[in-house]
Design a protein. Structure first.
Length: 519
């Protein structure tokens, strides 16, 4: 299932770490874009019939015989092309220019001189000006292919920006997609609007309309089942699918007893009350708590919860007579195949919990209406569909729930203690107006007891750790620098109001080396 807006841009991925950001910037300019690994670019090109092509950066070198190449059919298409970094080098390499390697390169902030006019600079940069950009290259273009002219240069790259107006091919050595190139988003916007001539009218309202029609056609008279996790993605997917096919959709919410305070009630009332969507609410707390008895290894906890979740879901699906389709809230970052040059599998840090494996076991087809969207786009779509802001803007929450925030053995009592502390922490964050500035914040209940004094008495209770991070995609994260007064207010409230906790600490670890969750 894919949407096919008539105006789209194909981004050919040569394996850069920041290719996703190109797609983001193009979409922010109101134009639909998709990324395809260079090995699959021709098929994507035929399927999408794009109005322009952007070539990404790469850790590879065009001087290497095995370096990735631009498919010839794309070069011959006559469509506008923008090459970024490796994209520029590969254009020159394949069109008759020259690329040289090995004399230093430029990494980090650099300044370019604007030497000539260029459509990419429209309303932005003028001849004679100097502008900050972000460079990250070892090789560089040393001779231009025929028909190209240099329009900007830097100390380390004589051809920092080049243009071939007749062929509508433009290229730059720096990365316009990263925030360290302050005008980069505008350069990309000029490419899609002024070079490719696109109107920039791709909106969530349009996406909603196209998707609904597509879901109806794909599902036909079939029955769809959707596992709600309490998170934004599955909720948005469910509401969208319900709008398309009504009561052919049934949602199943498996409550493992490890949700945050009031979360299950919120999900049930939202779906049954507000949206009138058929919802099976399974309270499987006892089953999960029993199975977690004596389990303290993080991976064992994750595996048990993932497997049991699927078992319960499968049982419930059977009870309602099965389904032809399984709906999932899969997002674009999970779909994009990143290009590996080493060919090796990446290391498993944690086994993430999802409903993988179910479709084959139950002989169901997948409906994944959010496959083309980034997280913030899903939030926009949620708002467009009328989901309340407080729900749509929620911090991410992991499938295994509070179990991975209770190092050591998990039981009902510890989950209750943590729920209370977590709710106080989040309430204070909201009251301070900080909720949206933080990617994720939560409390962790440590299996450590310390001595304290309250009133005239000695206490011997648990330690609670607070975590808050900023991040763009959860892959890396920085700690949120609360002021001391805020932290001491939260600590005091938790110790006073939550029986079982007598000490609060703040986690100062970024990711890497830490992960966001504690397990
Ligand atoms: P880590 O702890 O790996 O977390 O730095 C990165 C992001 O992923 C979330 N997370 C999960 N989400 N199922 C999920 O749906 C999981 O099993 C899972 N484990 C971690 C985590 O909350 C953070 O946002």
């Amino acid at each position: 299932m894919t949407v096919q807006p008539s105006d789209s841009i194909l981004i050919v991925d040569f394996g850069s770490q920041v290719t996703q950001l190109i797609a983001r910037r193009v979409r922010e300019a109101g134009v639909y874009s998709e990324i395809a690994p260079f090995t699959m670019a021709e098929a994507a090109f035929t399927r999408m019939a794009p109005k322009g092509i952007i070539l990404s950066g790469s850790p590879a070198s065009v001087l290497d015989d095995n370096g990735p190449r631009i498919p010839q059919s794309i070069l011959d298409s006559g469509l506008p092309i923008l090459g970024i970094c490796y994209g520029q080098q590969s254009l020159m390499h394949q069109l008759g220019g020259e690329v040289t390697g090995g004399d230093g390169g430029e990494f980090g902030r650099a300044f370019i001189d604007i030497n000539d006019t260029c459509v990419l600079f429209d309303g932005l940069w003028s001849v004679g000006e100097k502008h900050q950009v972000w460079m990250s290259h070892g090789d560089k273009v040393t001779k231009l292919a025929e028909g190209f002219r240099p329009v900007a240069s830097s100390a380390g790259a004589p051809f920092a920006v080049i243009a071939n107006d007749e062929k509508r091919i433009y290229a730059m050595q720096f990365h316009p997609e990263v925030v360290h190139t302050p005008d980069g988003a505008k350069l990309l916007k000029n490419f899609v609007r002024h070079v490719c001539g696109l109107k920039g009218d791709w909106t969530m309202a349009e996406f909603r309309k196209t998707k609904i029609a597509e879901i109806r056609e794909f599902v036909g008279e079939g029955r769809v089942i959707c596992g709600l996790s309490g998170g934004v993605d599955s909720a948005v997917a469910a509401v969208l699918i319900h709008e398309a096919i009504g009561d052919q959709l049934t949602c199943v919410y498996v409550d493992h007893g490890l949700m945050r305070l009031g979360e299950s009630e919120q999900v049930v009332s939202l779906f049954r009350g507000h949206f009138n969507i058929p919802l099976v609410h399974v309270d499987a707390t006892t089953l999960f708590m029993k199975g977690l008895e004596g389990v303290s290894d993080p991976e064992a906890k994750r595996k048990f919860i993932g497997k049991t979740f699927i078992d319960v879901f499968e049982d419930e699906a059977r009870k309602i007579g099965g389904a032809d389709f399984l709906a999932q809230g899969t997002l674009y970052p999970d779909v994009i195949e990143s290009v590996s040059f080493t060919g090796g599998p990446s290391v498993t840090i944690k086994s993430h919990h999802n409903v993988g494996g179910l479709p084959e076991r139950m002989n169901m087809k997948l409906v994944e209406p959010l496959r083309e969207l980034f997280k913030d786009e899903v939030r926009d779509l949620g708002r467009e569909l009328g989901l309340p802001d407080i729900f749509v803007g929620r911090h991410p929450f992991p499938g295994p729930g509070l179990a991975i925030r209770i190092p050591g053995e998990v039981n009902r009592e510890r989950a209750d203690v943590l729920r209370k502390a977590d709710a106080i922490y989040l309430e204070e964050i909201r009251n301070a107006g900080l909720y949206d500035a933080i990617w994720q914040a939560f409390a962790v209940l440590l299996p450590v007891k310390t001595v304290g004094v309250m009133g005239d008495g000695r206490t011997y209770d648990n330690v609670c750790a607070l975590r808050a991070v900023t991040s763009t995609d959860g892959m890396t994260a920085d700690i949120y620098p609360f002021d001391a007064a805020f932290l001491s207010r939260v600590a005091t409230r938790i110790i006073n109001e939550v029986k079982g906790i007598n000490r609060v600490v703040y986690d100062y670890t970024s990711k890497p080396p830490g992960t966001i969750e504690w397990e």
